[in-house]
Design a protein around this ligand. Structure first.
Ligand code: M6R
Length: 627
């Protein structure tokens, strides 16, 4: 069993805490009403963020009472059943672990000071080891949150808000937190750094939550905490400070969303929300996993020594659907950086083709859900043949995570739309990091590694830039939505990009589309080209740029309308196209991380305009658990 934080990307169970901020949910209440029903409803409203355990704590009669349970909020309700937990101040938490350790003891809220202080926390305390040495055991859980609770308690000298401010001055990491102390039955202290918190303002009552969803049934007036702010909330009063203890005046925002819209973060659909989540979750995927000094990645989840890694002579990436295209996109990096022959196979083909696998073959089973039956069967086949199998998975504790036993979580957060978007981007990110980690054991130099890491760090900002263009892509979508066929063209790293773009368009808009490597057109697909067959080409400025340019010239000669995805300020691409979408420049191997985003938006806007059920397209399921 790993200790907290030690191997934050290993799938070994028994490790840790809520690492990704957006995945867990906090709710708090202080006022005149009974807190329990408000907290339980709030937890239910937050369940869409994912859950594996939940807990509540209330102050009653100068004592803190706490109940926690593994599973859905319903399990917690069942446990509470029959017991009365009176009190009109309380905090609660729903957890969606991105690492193992789904146990009651690891569930929040955590206590300190022999049950005097209680804390619910989203985020990660990076210097928990340092703090652990300063506080007193025993430790009930494996979480960094419990250490933080003890650290705040150690700083407590009779004033709870001062204790929180003082304690947070020496905390490194991210948090959205809510604290109560049994001797302060009129006060909740909340703080934010990197993990959202919003305060709902009622009449002589306040609500606190990770997002507005659980607050809007009670009040539409909210104040958002910003990073570095501490809120001191009592029944009559809300005061907000910075960590230097200076009071801050904040504005009040009026929310006019309903619960459903709030769960979608104000977006029309989960898919659009998830597309826009990408800059944030990408940061979550790479956080703590890069070693700039050595120009390499630190993915401990591989669970192999450098000597064992050196013995790997072949890599096979197995997956289905969008996960398969993510693998295809990363293959170039594996081969170019490490020189290790790398194959990509659709799981349903791999499992039946009697694959050649031995103890020098590393197989990555890549899956968002971790429950895709074809990938599960394929990894079993690979294991049976003696291969070294690892998982790259989003859902913690899923079958693939358990059966591979080691690997890496992609930290994309719950992906609820059937069409995968943010999971794709994070899969590519993790695979690229693995490619670099292997590359640095072979011929990739430290400076190439550093350059790649630097480019990776710039990706979230560049994705943001593309997302800002969403309305222009929507205008294009309007122009093209009534075509019955599309052709997508790309070369090199952009071939998998167009495969994924075409896949996205098909699955949510039901428009027929095909993706081709542009150089292959002359061997058949050119026959399809006509005025009524628009062609979308990804032709960013990489080593195959001139080649694909000539391919586009050929398409142009056949009168098809051409939409081009090109590198910012590429004027000649503009001359070749009817419509153009620009993307920022990045290193060639990283291009799939950017170039896929406009294709997601293009597919999305077309499907939305055609009034498709974008989040739940016909005939498809989020998790494909049957063959
Ligand atoms: O959960 P997985 O990543 O294993 O799922 C694989 C495919 O079923 C999935 O990517 C599917 O193609 C999506 N609907 C794509 O948007």
């Amino acid at each position: 069993m790993s200790d907290i934080g030690e191997e934050n990307d290993i799938l070994a169970y028994g490790s840790i805490f809520c690492y990704i901020l957006e995945m867990c949910g906090i709710i708090g209440y202080i006022g005149k009403k009974q807190a329990l029903p408000i907290l339980l409803k709030g937890l239910r409203d937050l369940e869409y963020r994912g859950y594996d355990s939940a807990g509540i704590a209330l102050i009653n009669d100068g004592k803190i009472e706490r109940v926690r349970e593994v599973g859905k909020v319903d399990m917690l309700v069942k446990k509470i059943d029959g017991h009365k937990f009176p009190g009109n101040i309380g905090i609660a938490h729903t957890r969606w672990a991105t690492h193992g350790g789904v146990t009651e003891k690891n569930a929040h809220p955590h206590i300190a000071g022999e049950g005097k202080l209680v804390l619910a926390h989203n985020g990660i305390i990076e210097n928990y080891r340092e703090l652990k040495k300063k506080v007193k055991g025993p430790f009930e859980s494996e979480t960094d949150t419990e250490i933080l609770a003890k650290w705040i308690f150690l700083n407590y000298k009779g004033d709870l808000s001062q204790a929180v401010k003082k304690a947070l001055l020496s905390v490194r990491g991210t948090y959205g937190l809510a604290v109560m102390h049994a001797d302060h039955p009129d006060e909740i202290v909340a703080a934010r750094l990197g993990s959202p918190l919003v305060i709902g303002i009622g009449k002589d009552e306040y609500y606190l939550a990770s997002d507005v969803t659980p607050i809007i049934p009670y009040t539409k007036q909210v104040t958002y905490l910003d990073d570095g702010e501490v809120a001191v909330i009592n029944r009559k009063d809300l005061k907000i400070f910075n960590l230097k203890d200076e009071q801050i005046t904040k504005g009040i925002t009026k929310i006019d969303w309903n619960t459903e819209k709030a769960q979608k973060g104000g977006f029309e659909t989960f898919m659009l929300k998830e597309i826009f989540d990408q800059p944030t979750v990408f940061e979550d995927a790479i956080r703590g996993r890069i070693d700039m000094k050595e120009g390499t990645a630190k993915l401990g989840g591989l669970n192999m020594s450098p000597e064992e890694m050196q013995k790997i002579k072949r890599i096979i990436l197995i997956a289905c659907g969008t996960a398969f295209y993510a693998c295809m996109a990363a293959r170039y990096a594996f081969e170019r950086l490490s020189g290790i022959p790398t194959e990509v196979d659709v799981s349903s083909e791999f499992r039946y083709r009697d694959p050649i696998v031995d103890e020098h073959t590393l197989i990555f089973a890549v899956s968002q859900s971790g429950e895709t039956i074809d990938t599960i069967m394929a990894l079993r086949e690979a294991k049976r043949k003696g291969g070294v199998v690892r998982g790259i998975v989003n859902v913690v504790g899923s079958t693939i995570a358990r059966e591979t036993g080691a690997g890496t979580y992609i930290h994309a957060g719950p992906e609820l739309a059937v069409a995968s978007t943010k999971a794709y981007t994070n899969m590519v990110a993790i695979l690229l990091l693995y490619a670099l980690q292997f590359g640095r054991l072979h011929h990739t130099t430290v400076s190439t590694g550093q350059r790649m890491l630097q480019e990776l760090l710039e990706i979230p900002e560049k994705i943001n830039k593309i997302l800002k263009n969403s309305d222009n892509i929507k205008i294009l979508a309007k122009k093209y939505k009534d075509y019955e066929n599309f052709l997508f063209l790309g070369r090199g790293v952009n071939y998998p990009v167009v495969l994924e773009g075409s896949h996205k368009l098909k699955e949510i808009s039901y428009i027929h589309s095909e993706a081709y490597p542009a150089g292959e057109m002359k061997h058949g697909a050119n026959a399809l080209l006509s005025k009524n067959f628009p062609v979308l080409v990804v032709m960013t400025q990489n080593q195959l740029y001139e080649k694909i340019k000539s391919n586009v010239e050929e398409v142009r000669a056949r009168k098809s309308e051409i939409i081009v995805i090109a590198t910012e300020s590429d004027k000649s691409a503009k001359e070749l196209s009817d419509d153009i979408i620009y993307v920022p420049k990045t290193m060639e191997l990283l291009e799939p991380l950017l170039n896929t985003i406009p294709l997601q938006l293009f597919a999305y806007h077309i499907a939305a305009m055609l009034h498709r059920d974008v989040d739940r397209p016909r005939n498809l399921a989020k998790s494909v658990t049957v063959e």
